[in-house]
Design a protein around this ligand. Structure first.
Ligand code: C2E
Ligand code: MG
Ligand code: MG
Length: 570
């Protein structure tokens, strides 16, 4: 609803305007003098202000001056009302930044017309401002390096952005494209024994040999430290892919003569096929990594095809999988909570629930390992529900203990979003734990939004109806087309840790973070910076008006008792 603040000392005029605005479906607030007007404007941040010029003590000019000097109210459309029609008044009002000027007596139609014009202009301006800010972020993100500085090969970012341009459409099942991942066997030993500079030299030589094996249309990418991906657009037979993998192994097996040393390198290769195994780049990497794992387990220096059964062949994940099935009922899962510090008030405003698995033999297993596994075997649905229930119940307990408006953030997997019962489950949890919906924030990563925008949009609307908040996690790492930002209604943007790392001394990270904060502000989103590890990073974020920080610098994720202590201290 559109809120309009009416500041007018003459009671009859004020009430008349308020009545008219009520009838027209606005949400009017009345103020009987300038002082009250300024206070209410700062408190409610209305969408528009109608203000009388001639008032005792603080007059209309005083009100306008006070509000234009505050960032919250600086751009609110402002319409003056006055009995005076002198040119000087009009000029003074405009000079101070008023948007329109109505001379009393004015008709209802004149007032409504002036309001409608201002609101339209404001909406257009806001949209322009948002689009500019979004485009700036998109340009900045796009300008990030897509090439590995060491080997000059394209990197993982390039692969994410370019792959769909380089491959045939996924529905064209006739054509399969082999996707190979190559990991060097025991590469750490080279770094450990010979130093990183020598390790870099080896990587460059390996890259060179791989490049010499491919032809023009094929793609070689450096995925990370000692992993490379090869996309063979010139081959579409399984047999040929196997021959190629063997060729690479043979070429790499020849000794390398570097800096007077002769060294031997072997590699393990995993192979899967686009699109028959998957049409998603992250999935292809996951599958081929599992196949590499399998190849390494068989002694290295060989290749393996990805198969659905590969997880069964690899003993580790299988054992984990079996254990995970019992983890919930054996109460091996628990939640840690990482506090979020509001830089404006120095208060802990929320906590993020982060799952932990205390495995009886392995000790703590990181969610980075078992969440993908839980997703793959469907366990993420019961686990996710347990997380939601436990987090809401715990946050309720903290609220009852006196932290009345503490919020809790819960990470949601894309599999949960596809669960047709998701909304019902959330309602049930909120009811059973007696937890206020607006204190629950669900964290989703941006890749979820682009995968199925219509379905996601519909779920977002339902969540909004419930009053639950939504935040976009790990923002900036996924997709450089940000068109979806204006399309979805969400509340919070969490800047990914990779941009926060050393941002006070890294110009690129500083530029991206500044642009992200500005963009979030233009979209009226709250900004949380994740992974803040140092005082210098915090100082930078404070200086650039980031709202909230989360990271080891303020606090690591903590078990319930420790977080309770921290809450008591503040
Ligand atoms: P996330 O949601 O982006 O969570 C933030 C991760 O960053 C957490 O890792 C946290 O411990 C870590 N972190 C926080 N501050 C710092 C810092 O200053 N420096 C560094 N280096 N790291 C910091 P964690 O707990 O290992 O969780 C990893 C990811 O696993 C989470 O990333 C989230 O995507 C997922 N996850 C965790 N709990 C759940 C859950 O209950 N459900 C689902 N679906 N996913 C979860
Ligand atoms: Mg998160
Ligand atoms: Mg995150």
């Amino acid at each position: 609803m559109i809120t309009i603040l009416v500041i007018e000392d003459e009671r009859a005029v004020r009430e008349n305007i308020i009545e008219l605005l009520n009838i027209e479906g606005f949400d009017p607030i009345g103020a009987e003098n300038g002082d009250i007007g300024v206070r209410l404007a700062l408190e409610h941040v209305p969408d528009l202000i109608v203000c009388d010029v001639m008032m005792p003590k603080v007059d209309g000019y005083g009100v306008l001056k006070a509000l234009r000097s505050q960032p919250m109210t600086a751009t609110i459309p402002f319409i003056f009302l006055t009995a005076k029609a002198a040119k000087e008044d009009w000029r003074q009002a405009m000079k101070l930044g008023a948007d329109d000027y109505l001379t009393k007596p004015f008709s209802r139609a004149e007032l409504l017309d002036a309001i409608a014009t201002r609101l339209e202009k404001q909406a257009a301006q806001r949209e322009h401002y948002q689009t500019t800010a979004i485009n700036q972020v998109a340009t900045t993100l796009n300008s990030l390096d897509c090439y590995d500085s060491l080997t000059k090969l394209p990197n993982r970012r390039w692969l994410r952005e370019q792959l769909h341009h380089s491959l045939p459409p996924a529905d064209n099942n006739q054509q399969v494209v082999p996707f190979l991942c190559l990991g060097l066997d025991r590469f750490n030993r080279i770094n450990d024994n010979m130093g990183f500079a020598f390790g870099d030299l080896v990587l460059c030589s390996v890259a060179e040999r791989i490049k010499n094996c491919v032809i023009e249309n094929d793609i070689v990418v450096r995925l990370n430290n000692d992993q490379f991906a090869i996309i063979l657009r010139s081959i579409n037979q399984k047999k040929d892919a196997a021959n190629f993998a063997q060729l690479i192994l043979d070429v790499l097996a020849k000794p390398f003569n570097l800096n007077g040393y002769e060294i031997f390198i072997t590699a393990s290769i995993g192979i899967s096929f686009y699109p028959s195994d998957s049409d998603d780049i992250d999935n292809l990497i996951k599958q081929t990594s599992a196949a590499i794992h399998d190849a390494k387990r068989k002694g290295g220096n060989n290749y393996q095809f990805y198969t659905k059964e590969i997880n069964i062949v690899i003993s580790e994940p299988l054992a984990l999988e079996n254990d995970l099935r019992y983890a919930l009922e054996r109460e091996q899962l628990n939640l840690y909570y990482q506090p979020q510090l509001d830089l404006r008030t120095e208060q802990i405003v929320g906590v993020e629930a982060l799952i932990r698995w205390h495995h009886p033999k392995r000790g703590m297993v990181s969610p980075g390992i078992f969440i993908p596994l839980a997703e793959e075997i469907g366990l993420i649905i019961p686990i996710g529900e347990w997380v939601l229930r436990t987090a809401c119940a715990q946050a309720k307990a903290w609220q009852v203990a006196g932290h009345t408006s503490l919020k809790v953030s819960v990470n949601l997997s894309v599999y949960q979003l596809n669960d047709p019962n998701l909304i019902k489950k959330i309602c049930d949890v909120l009811n059973q734990t007696d937890f206020q919906p607006n204190c629950l924030e669900l964290e989703l990563t941006e890749s979820i939004l682009v995968q199925n925008p219509e379905a996601v949009s519909a779920i977002f609307l339902k969540l909004k109806e419930l009053g639950v908040k939504i935040s976009i996690d790990d923002f900036g790492t996924g997709y450089s087309s940000l068109g979806y930002l204006q399309q979805f209604t969400f509340d919070t943007l969490k800047i990914d840790q990779c941009f926060i790392r050393g941002l006070h001394k890294n110009d690129t990270n500083a530029a991206i973070t500044k642009a992200l904060i500005q963009m979030a502000k233009s979209l009226n989103l709250e900004v949380i910076s994740e992974g803040v590890e140092t005082e210098a990073e915090e100082a930078f974020l404070r200086q650039h008006q980031c709202d909230i920080i989360q990271g080891y610098w303020f606090s690591r994720p903590l078990p319930v008792e420790e977080l309770s202590k921290l809450l008591k201290k503040l």
